[in-house]
Design a protein around this ligand. Structure first.
Ligand SMILES: [Zn+2]
Length: 386
């Protein structure tokens, strides 16, 4: 993993040739050039705050190993992701704790540690209702419990940065306040909460809707309902799985119009991302089926999706292909936008001086972003030429 001092490419927004200079882990400057040696496009590294697994590795699978965490991180680099949150869904405390330990051990490597910028705990404090609960196992669903969060956070050495919960439980608001005081973002998701519960959760610090529009009842009252309510709460950012299966284009268009600066993409990918079509045993609730087109659903109930088999890169490609965003806008929604969310809304510009030297060089061919190089904190972590 060689250190890089400067890199040239075509700016993904302006289409102008540029040279970026780095000092160690940081970007120190960006200059336009007359002539450059590369014809590749250059963009900020992708940021995925919801990764259950990727290409054969699942963070939720019992017996997860440190090597699997490392190899999964490498596969994500190849796909342009330079920052991500491994995401653990509803499970027993022992299972969550085991997975966290392996992730923390993998972070002994400093480049892996910077790539795994946090852990996303998606559950177990979610709704018990079928529908909102999605594929999470009912057995381990429980009301929010600060004791559990703080015990897991100790195991995680402070690495839990995001907790998705449902505010329909009594103890929710106290737990949200404590999370926020400990610099843990709180998202609302897998919820059947009522209008006042959602409003109160935002008042005390919840700031994101996790994959809004998914993990919901198949039928909802026309209004009020928790999708309208969350859209109307200005304090909430929205994450969205734009793989072409989780949400119809019209719904994504509306989310992006209602929250133009607060919508970002997540893959919600599972170990089945990048795998051939077929039936598989999933750590997330039994047998699942992956269609040739990439739709991942429960075998017994094909109406229920079982996470996604898409990479973040393919999600942003979908958004651009469906003309819901330009390519630069879609890239922003999968890179600097989630970073801005983590920075509590601070505006972040691409290639900003003083920001982390996380970039990707790519070609855009046939509506696909073909990654040639990925650089994390000034180090080359992937090259298609090697
Ligand atoms: Zn989910």
């Amino acid at each position: 993993m060689g250190k890089i001092e400067h890199i040239e490419g075509i700016h993904y927004q302006t289409q102008r040739p540029i040279r970026l200079t780095f000092d160690g882990e940081w970007i120190t400057g960006m200059e336009e050039q007359e002539h450059i040696s590369s014809s590749l496009m250059i963009a900020p590294g992708l940021v995925d705050l919801q990764v259950n697994g990727f290409q054969g590795v699942d963070f939720n699978e019992p017996g997860l190993t440190v090597d699997e965490v490392v190899s999964c991180t490498r596969r994500l680099w190849e796909n342009g992701v330079t920052t991500f949150f491994p995401t653990l869904i509803t499970a027993s405390e022992a299972a969550l704790s085991d997975a966290i330990k392996k992730i923390v051990q993998a972070c002994q490597d400093p480049v892996i540690a910077r790539t795994i910028a946090g852990i996303h705990l998606e559950g177990p404090f979610i709704s018990k209702d079928a529908g909102p609960r999605g594929a999470h196992p009912l057995k381990y669903v429980q009301a929010p419990n600060w004791g559990l969060v703080s015990r897991l956070q100790k195991v995680a050495k402070g690495k839990i940065k995001l907790v998705t919960l449902s505010p329909e439980h009594d103890q929710t608001n106290e737990v949200i306040k404590k999370c926020v005081a400990e610099q843990i973002h709180v998202a609302i998701g897998h919820t059947a909460a009522k209008t006042d519960q959602l409003g109160k959760a935002v008042e005390v610090g919840a700031d994101l809707s996790t994959h809004l529009g998914n993990a919901a009842h198949l039928s909802l009252p026309r209004h009020p309902n928790y999708i309208w309510d969350q859209l109307a709460l200005d304090g909430l950012w929205t994450s969205m799985i734009s793989d072409g299966f989780h949400l119809p284009d019209a719904v994504m268009k509306v989310f992006m119009r209602v929250k133009p600066d607060k919508t970002f993409l997540v893959s919600d990918s599972t170990k089945f991302a990048g795998q051939p079509a077929g039936s598989y045993q999933s750590p997330i609730g039994g047998t699942v089926r992956l269609s040739p087109g990439g739709r991942l659903c429960m075998q017994d109930n094909p109406n229920l999706l079982a996470g996604s088999a898409a990479s973040l890169k393919s999600c942003l490609e979908y958004l651009a292909r469906a003309k819901l965003a330009s390519l630069p806008q879609a890239i922003d929604m999968a890179s600097i936008r989630p970073l801005s969310y983590l920075a509590k809304g601070k505006k972040i510009k691409a290639f900003q001086k003083g920001s982390r030297a996380d970039v990707v060089l790519f070609e855009y061919k046939d509506h696909k972003m073909v990654i040639h190089r990925a650089i994390k904190s000034g180090r080359q972590v992937y090259s298609s030429e090697i």
